[in-house]
Design a protein around this ligand. Structure first.
Ligand code: FA5
Length: 346
């Protein structure tokens, strides 16, 4: 056989093999056909034997052509086997999984509504430059009462009805105001902080819970006035509850501020409607959100701040109270009963 004829036969064999391969759909068939072409008694091997008869100068070219065909056949076999394996896997999956079914949606968790109130409040005060300060929930008498001006027999200590621990040596903080003391003892003015966190009291009714959250604010600097306090709280209420709401201050007593006030905001629920039957403000059109005032110079003296140079204001608001007002919740227990039908609304 002449060299050209041999190469041409070889090329045809390769094409023939490729055509045959497409028709095959099992590994066994493929291996059989592969042996028919490449095996010792196969068609390619038979052609190879012809090579011995060729002129020596052609042997190198023809040898290279054989190698090319052999590796082309081997590659095509591997490719086809891969295709068949993928198709089998897909068919297998389709047998066991109905891919036309809609996917299962996993319920995604989210932060608790009171945490949301805390984070949003912190962000709003953050815009005004207040930084977050923290203190322990288990406090001592000094930080929770004494340094804040509650005398040993002060009636306010009873009012707050404290949970004591460790035989009365420690207590669960009854408000976030001890963080004021801790901050003023560790930092020099100017001070501008908010302190959110859990506090505890022996309270239990639809608007009072034994554990609840407060956010405290404290600003100490030169020339701080009551109007600054009013401006900050008004800004907060408008940002958090709504632009059209006003606040008012009612004179009140807290041992650590002078003057002191209770802060009310206009009831966001009945502002545009008949207030007389409003379940949130009980027809009064105002709701209390916290206490506030100018830091009493006696407190500043307890923490060695120069009262000639510095003045300051402080405020403390209830986080659940804020959530109740914003969302029209009328029983504080809803926040802590863990009923997902309630909690997932927020
Ligand atoms: C205080 O706790 C003062 N420390 C606030 C303060 C800070 C005044 C700085 C002046 C300067 P009061 O006891 O009023 O104040 O509580 C503040 C707010 O906490 C209340 O307006 C109310 O929103 C909330 N609150 C009080 N008791 C409870 C309770 N048991 N459950 C839920 N919220 C409560």
């Amino acid at each position: 056989m002449a060299t050209e004829e041999l190469i041409s036969k070889l090329t045809s064999l390769n094409e023939e093999f490729a055509n045959a391969l497409i028709q095959l759909s099992s590994e066994q068939e493929i291996r059989e056909v592969q042996a028919k072409y490449l095996g010792k008694k196969g068609m390619v091997s038979a052609l190879m034997r012809e090579m011995g008869k060729l002129p020596p100068e052609d042997k190198r070219t023809v040898g290279a052509a054989f190698n090319k065909v052999k590796s082309s056949i081997a590659g095509a076999v591997e490719g086809r086997l891969g295709e068949l394996a993928a198709a089998a896997e897909k068919a297998d999956l389709e047998r066991t999984v109905d891919v036309s079914l809609p996917g299962r949606v996993r319920a995604s968790g989210h932060t608790h509504i009171v945490t949301q109130v805390r984070d949003e409040s912190v962000a709003i005060f953050g815009e005004l430059g207040f930084e977050v300060a923290e203190g322990p929930q288990i406090e001592n008498d000094f930080h929770n009462f004494e340094a804040l001006g509650f005398a040993k027999d002060h009636p306010a200590r009873d009012e707050q009805d404290t949970f004591f621990v460790d035989d009365g040596k420690l207590l669960l903080r009854t408000h976030t105001s001890p963080v004021q003391i801790r901050t003023m003892l560790s930092e020099a003015p100017p001070i501008k902080i908010v302190a959110p966190g859990a506090v505890y009291r022996r309270d239990d009714d639809p608007t009072h819970s034994p554990m609840f959250g407060q956010i405290e604010g404290l600003l100490i600097d030169e020339n701080v006035r009551f109007s600054d306090l009013k401006g900050v709280l008004l800004h907060f209420v408008k940002r958090y509850f709504g632009e059209d709401l006003e606040i008012r201050f009612r004179p009140s007593f807290f041992p650590f501020v002078e003057p002191g006030a209770e802060v009310d905001m206009q009831c966001s629920f009945c502002i545009d409607t008949d207030s007389s039957r409003c379940r949130v403000c009980k027809g009064t059109t105002w709701v209390e959100i916290g206490g506030a005032g100018m830091v009493d110079p006696v407190v500043l003296e307890h923490v060695n701040i120069d009262t000639e140079k510095y003045t300051g204001f402080a405020f403390g608001m209830g986080l659940e109270r804020m959530a109740m007002l914003r969302h029209g919740v009328n029983d504080i227990k809803n926040f802590y009963e863990g009923d997902m039908r309630f909690l997932t609304q927020f």
